[in-house]
Each structure stands twice: as C-alpha cells, then as structure tokens.
Design a binder for this molecule. Structure first.
Ligand SMILES: Cc1cc2nc3c(=O)[nH]c(=O)nc-3n(C[C@H](O)[C@H](O)[C@H](O)COP(=O)(O)OP(=O)(O)OC[C@H]3O[C@@H](n4cnc5c(N)ncnc54)[C@H](O)[C@@H]3O)c2cc1C
Length: 423
C-alpha cells in the first residue's frame, strides 16, 4: 500500500519515472525523525518506505531511555512531548562490591537527565509530527507501507558525483493495493531499516573492511516490574557478574513501576524466561539487592540477543546508513536510539547543501567522533564489567569510586551520554 500523509494526490508525485531526491528505507524512529527534519530544513522530495505499518510499530512495548539531548532534537521537529517518565537521578554500581556513581539532574541544569518512553508511543508521536510537517510542505513526502526493500544498487561505472546519477531500489509490496512500483530511483538513499537488514549495511563496506562485530554472549530479558519500596525518579544500572541489570522508571498501561533490562548469558536467559513470575521476581531481587524491597513481575517477558554490529563506514557514494542500520549497540547506558537520532539530524543538516555524495561525505566526517566515542563506550562497559575474578572486580570498584570523586571526568561522561559529541 502506498499512501501520502498529506492530501496531495499520489499521481502528483512519485509514481512517475522521475527519481526522488531522497529515499529513506525504514520508518522506525530514526527514519521518521530524519524525514521530519528534512521536510523542515531542506527543499527535497522524499519517499519513506517501511516493511510494516505504523499500527505495528505502535504496539511495540519496548521501553527506551531517551537522553535530554534527544528530547531537544525531538522538540525541533514537534515530536515532544511523548508520554514519558523522567529520570532525575542515576545510580551506577557493581553488585556486591564497593564503589558507585550517582548523577543528579540539578548538577547539569536540566529538567531530567533522560526520559523513559515506550517505543510504540514514540513512533506514534513522530508519525503525528511528520503528518503536520507534510501538511506544511505539500507534495514533498510520499509514504509506502508494507513494502520491503530487497535491493539497493548504484551504478559503480557512472561517476557518482554526476548530478544525474541515481540509486535504484527494488522492493516487494506485501499489500494488495497498487502503490509504489517495485523498482524506482532516488538521488540519495538512506538506510534506516534497523538491525535486521545487515546485508545492506555491509554492502556499504565494499567488502574492503569487515564490520565491527562482537557477540557479547548475552541476551537481554526485558519486562515490567513493580516493587514495594519504589524510589521515584531514580534509574539504576547495576553491573553483575552475568551482565548489566537496568531498572528504569516506567509506566506500563497505567501501572507505575520499572522497565527491566536484565542482560545475562543466553542459557541463563532461557532458564529465567521459563521461571514462574514469582520465581523470576525472587531471582531478580537476589541479583539487584534489597534497596527497593520486593519485586513483582507484571506482564510478559521478552528476550533480545545482544551484539555489536557496526558498519565500518556509514557512507558509500550516494548511500548512507543511520540508526541501527549503521550500528547496533549493546543496550548498556541506553545509547542506541540516542545515537540514531543524532545520526539523523547530522545527516539532515549536511543534506541542506545538496543531494550529493559530497554532502554525505561531509556528514560522515562531521559525525565520526560522536559515533566512534558512543560505540566505544557502549562496547567497553560490558566487556570490562564482564571480566571475572575478584581482582578485576576490585579494580572496577576502585574506578567507579574514582569516577565519583573526579567531578570533571564524571561530568564529561554524563554530558556525552546526554548530548553525544554535539556540544
Ligand atoms: C532490549 C533493548 C533495549 C534498548 N534500550 C534502549 C535505550 O534505553 N535507549 C536507546 O537509545 N536505545 C535502546 N535500544 C536500541 C533502540 O531500540 C534502537 O537503537 C532503535 O530502535 C533503532 O531505531 P531505527 O529506526 O534505526 O531502527 P528500528 O527501530 O529497528 O526500525 C527499523 C524500521 O525499518 C523497517 N524495515 C526493516 N527492514 C526493512 C526493509 N527491508 N524495507 C523497508 N523497511 C524495513 C522496520 O519495519 C522498522 O519500522 C534498545 C534495544 C533493545 C533491543
């Protein structure tokens, strides 16, 4: 099914042989944010294609921690407020060891360090903001839902900088309606199709340099829990020998409590998923400690295998990758979507100069430091905290204690987590 989000009739654009200026493959939060910012800040004609429907995204229960910096970006495109629980304080510690770090919003002059939102609510808010932006820019946005892009090809013989050069996309429509043709062209293609489509992301590497990959041998169990001694506004990141355990303040269908992200070896995760709710809650209490009383599991648990998968380059000629299509990170410190939104805004900013390979290269070089630092920190933490033995645990405790005492270091890390390298 191909639809427009504005009242422009579909024949007014798109279905001709005329190439689009920009094709965005994937309408998850990163693709939606990119489309919204491009409509606001550039004159380009855009097509946004998604394999699924907005209704499916709206049902995704995943809880996501967005930083204050991401809130500022979402505000720019009218996609804030999102139903959210503020994170006012963060407590980082190691289970059963000395040393911890506390972060407080007042130290950074922000209303909250971050916000916990449902992925589905965020996508719905972005959809509404995009519809408003499209109304204000008639004829510049076309949407295709239930269409999976199977192939993205640029002619390597033609000079990619040639103004007439295009990228060809081929897709399969899974809807009965007549819509976007199976093959069409765009001057620039942005891959924002998430982590499930890595064969495309790898194509960016020309096969010259392998993607940066790491299998953490961890699975994240996510779920919603309540407890007998809640501490409003606090988020907890506790490193255990099995992996990090995060509890984030979160309302699930009107039940205030905590979003749980509990990383552990895959076989342990399988065992924990098979436990009764009461047994699971008890095991969680043993891992987290007694600081928040007794836990109760509310609703279903879900499991996500964890790995780092970062494309070595995010730009190849007229194709760029953003969000999880460019890098899938470990959820420790909740950085995946925050970095993805910064990808989108940095790319939109560079595309103001033109739909050219040079504009994409400018994006890649301006964004390189932010990307490398964020990937580095989220890769380092689970590896360092995964080293077994009392000596390593002692050294980590000493590092946490030192970080708590050396304010400039702590503030620099906190600022990077909130804003990336953009300030
Ligand atoms: C357990 C867990 C916890 C997390 N917690 C956090 C957190 O606290 N903070 C944070 O910042 N991040 C977190 N993340 C990461 C975050 O979920 C991702 O970074 C984010 O969803 C990436 O957004 P995206 O738009 O790039 O991709 P996605 O959200 O994956 O969206 C991709 C879209 O592309 C579409 N698509 C896929 N293939 C095709 C195709 N071939 N053709 C057309 N369309 C296609 C899909 O239908 C989808 O709509 C977490 C992840 C996990 C697994």
């Amino acid at each position: 099914m191909t639809t427009t989000v504005n009242p422009t009739p579909s024949h007014a654009m798109g279905h001709s042989a005329e190439p689009y200026d920009i094709a965005i493959v994937g309408g998850g939060p990163v693709g939606l944010a990119l489309a919204g910012q491009l409509l606001r800040t550039t004159p380009w004609r855009i097509v946004l294609i998604d394999a699924a429907t907005p209704a499916r995204a709206a049902r995704d229960p995943r809880a996501i921690a967005l930083s204050h910096g991401s809130r500022q970006l979402l505000e720019q495109i009218g996609a804030w407020p999102v139903p959210a629980q503020p994170i006012e304080h963060i407590h980082v510690s190691q289970r059963g060891r000395f040393g911890h770090v506390k972060l407080h919003r007042d130290d950074y002059g922000v209303p909250a360090l971050g916000y916990v939102v449902r992925y589905g609510d965020l996508c719905q808010t972005l959809e509404r903001a995009l519809a408003r932006a499209a109304d204000a820019a008639p004829g510049r946005l076309e949407r295709a839902f239930e269409m999976r892009i199977d192939d993205i090809a640029q002619d390597r013989k033609a000079t990619p900088s040639e103004p007439a050069a295009v990228v060809r996309l081929t897709g399969t429509s899974h809807a009965d309606h007549e819509g976007l043709p199976a093959a069409f062209a765009a001057r620039i293609v942005v891959q924002a199709e998430g982590g499930l489509f890595h064969q495309q992301a790898q194509r960016l590497a020309h096969g010259a340099e392998a993607a940066r990959r790491h299998d953490y041998q961890q699975t994240a169990i996510i779920g919603h829990v309540t407890c007998t001694q809640p501490q409003p506004g606090w988020a907890w990141e506790r490193f255990t020998e099995e992996g990090p355990l995060a509890l984030l303040p979160h309302d699930e269908h009107g039940t205030p409590g905590y979003a749980l992200v509990w990383c552990c070896p895959p076989d342990t995760a399988m065992r924990r998923l098979a436990l009764s709710a009461a047994e699971f809650a008890e095991e969680l209490g043993n891992a987290f400690g007694t600081r928040m009383g007794r836990f109760t599991l509310v609703g279903k648990r879900h499991a996500f295998p964890l790995g780092l998968n970062a494309a070595p380059v995010t730009v190849d000629g007229r194709i760029a990758a953003v969000g999880n299509a460019a890098q899938t990170l470990h959820p420790v410190a909740g950085q995946g979507l925050n970095l993805g939104l910064r990808d989108a805004f940095a790319l939109a900013d560079s595309l103001r100069a033109g739909c050219t390979p040079q504009a994409l290269q400018a994006f890649a070089s301006r964004h390189r430091v932010d990307r490398a630092m964020t990937i580095g920190v989220t890769d380092l933490l689970p590896r360092v905290f995964g080293i077994g033995g009392p000596l390593a645990a002692h050294a980590r405790g000493a590092s946490l204690a030192a970080l708590a005492c050396v304010a400039p270091l702590k503030h620099a890390l906190a600022r990077h987590m909130m804003y990336g390298a953009r300030r």
